[in-house]
Write a protein of this length. Structure first.
Length: 575
């Protein structure tokens, strides 16, 4: 097909051999049809492509920009079918539906439309670019305005009476699995869920929260660590939307009394680029229905280059020195969604060689790493971190990654592994590096075990970066800078930046995130202090004297570099 069209264009003298070759190379890289890429490169006009396609396929050619397609015609063919086959219905006359197609010879597409609509299909040809524009214009994408169109359709849509008439207080008794499944497969519900998923990817969200309340229903995205409300679907569709997501995540839609976990693996083409994204789905029964939480796991967002995580050069040097040791324990601490997993995966990426046996115990396994033996924890069958660790020790590992140390049993087994010739990496939930020692001792671990097994503790936070498109200098009181940790000299010379808000950052002034890193390497002095029962404050003072960069200091350095705004550092750290 592509070569035939290329030959026709060459014979007509509309393109040169060099232009054809360039268009074919672009097609291999970005996809799309040859004609679309030739138009994109500016080598030919859409009208020329359309007339040649008409001659090639023997069907009439049309120019879609001259058509005003009626909404009643569009309802016959779903948007996903139009996008999949690059076509759009333009007119219905009696039992015949006229469909503009980029490839009218695609009998599979014609048969599917005939099956869906029950009409005879009469194909006409149009350029790929004009069809894409028409689909975007008529069906909408996933912008806020386009989502509003989907919402309007949802408001008008009629599902079964059983679902539509549900009252909040009676829904548990009235809903059946069959009704939920039927409702979840209704076209407007499917469109809304698809639109929300695609929109979350385009906006760079890390989480989706779908939350029912007594008289309201809302969907929020967490973007760069901050929650933003996106839309409010009609309350009567909350069960249908929840069921649709649970079906995609292979969860039990009839079970609404207990929490459930699932996973959605997606592969979609957005803006000409294929993306593979996993969604970790969790449902929790709340007072007014099921709350759905979806964590986006985007492999492209995983940074394995340690120099880009936010380490200061001296902190990175200490961290890399510790992970290159043959045994011992390295702990990464911080609250949920502070980037701990990314840091551990980055360390594993640096250590992952053919002569190293790496085993990980994770809950859940967020990203697959080639060359690592990753084990997903299953508490319901007795597979927890402690039991996995014990099994790992019989598998001749060099490096063990434990998703999280939550209890004494896991901590004890991990420390024993670290003391018997294994490098153990794990996470813990503490506010800073020095307090991690107190947390382990409070779990029941003996101080001498902590002092001898732990090599390094690293605490971290994620803060939003200033948008580079709208970055500008602002005046800041010198005394205010001193109060938050600047020295007098730094406060005098520092240029303070912020983002004023633009289209690139959605008016927030911030785009993307970076880590604030606090790396405490255990020196002989610190080990002796642990053995003598020093508290977290005493350990902190000694670590700072030895050159530890605290979370606040890491933030101040990035403020002076013009990377993060003052407000972000104040929000996430303390003196």
């Amino acid at each position: 097909m592509s070569e035939k069209l290329g030959d026709m264009l060459l014979k007509a003298g509309l393109i040169t051999d060099a232009q054809l070759k360039e268009a074919l190379n672009l097609q291999k890289t970005t996809g799309g049809k040859l004609g679309f890429n030739l138009v994109k490169l500016g080598f030919v006009k859409e009208e020329d492509i359309t007339s040649l396609l008409s001659e090639q396929f023997g069907v009439p050619a049309i120019h879609l920009e001259h058509f005003d397609i009626d909404e009643s015609v569009l309802k016959h063919v779903p948007a996903d079918i139009c996008q999949k086959y690059l076509l759009i219905p333009i007119e219905r006359t009696g039992a015949t539906l006229t469909v503009a197609m980029a490839e009218p010879s695609n009998i599979f597409a014609i048969d599917q439309i005939r099956f869906l609509t029950g009409y005879n299909v009469e194909p006409v040809v149009a350029s790929e670019a004009s069809i894409r524009k028409a689909i975007e214009k008529c069906y909408g994408g996933t912008s806020e305005m386009q989502l509003k169109d989907v919402m309007d359709e949802l408001e008008k849509a009629t599902i079964t009476d059983e679902v539509a008439e549900i009252e909040v207080k009676e829904e548990e008794a009235e809903l059946s699995e069959e009704a939920l499944k039927a409702a979840s497969e209704d076209a407007p519900v499917v469109r809304l869920v698809n639109a929300v998923i695609i929109d979350s990817i385009r906006k760079g969200a890390s989480d989706i929260h779908i939350e029912p309340y007594e008289k309201d229903y809302r969907i929020r995205f967490r973007i760069d660590g901050i929650l933003f409300e996106q839309l409010r679907p009609p309350l009567k569709f909350k069960d249908a939307i929840a069921s649709r997501i649970k079906i995609l995540a292979k969860m039990d839609i009839s079970e609404k009394r207990l929490p459930q976990d699932g996973r959605i693996k997606t592969k979609m083409k957005i803006d000409g680029k294929v993306k593979e994204i996993d969604y970790r789905v969790s449902s929790v029964p709340t007072l007014y229905g099921e709350k759905i939480g979806m964590r986006l796991l985007d492999k492209e967002g995983l940074k394995l280059d340690m120099t880009k995580l936010g380490f200061e050069p001296e902190s990175l040097e200490r961290f890399e020195r510790a992970i290159m040791k043959p045994y011992g324990m390295i702990l990464v601490t911080g609250p949920t969604s502070s980037g701990k997993t990314n840091t551990l995966y980055s360390a594993i990426g640096k250590l992952n060689t053919t002569d190293t046996n790496i085993m990980t115990a994770e809950d859940p396994v967020e990203f697959s790493i080639h060359g690592c033996n990753q084990v997903h924890m299953r508490e319901n069958v007795g597979l927890n971190f402690a039991s996995a660790l014990r099994a790992f020790l019989r598998q001749d590992p060099n490096i063990i990654l434990v998703g999280e140390i939550r209890d004494f049993e896991t901590a004890e087994t991990a420390i024993k592994a670290a003391l018997t010739g294994h490098l153990v990496l794990s996470t813990l939930h503490t506010s800073d590096a020095p307090s991690t020692v107190s947390r382990l001792i409070n779990m029941g671990v003996e101080p001498f075990l902590v002092a001898t097994s732990v090599h390094l503790i690293q605490a971290q936070r994620l803060v939003r970066k200033i948008c580079t498109e709208c970055k500008e200098v602002i005046s800041y009181p010198k005394q205010a800078l001193v109060d938050i940790g600047f020295t007098e000299e730094e406060a005098e010379k520092a240029k303070i930046y912020h983002g004023k808000g633009c289209q690139n950052c959605g008016g927030t002034g911030c785009r993307g995130r970076i880590g604030l890193m606090e790396v405490m390497e255990l020196s002989d002095t610190l080990r002796e202090m642990i053995l003598m029962g020093a508290n977290a404050l005493e350990l902190r003072r000694e670590a700072i004297d030895e050159g530890m960069i605290t979370l606040r200091r890491s933030g101040i350095i990035k403020i002076m570099q013009g990377i993060v705004p003052v407000e972000e550092v104040l929000r996430e750290t303390s003196l």
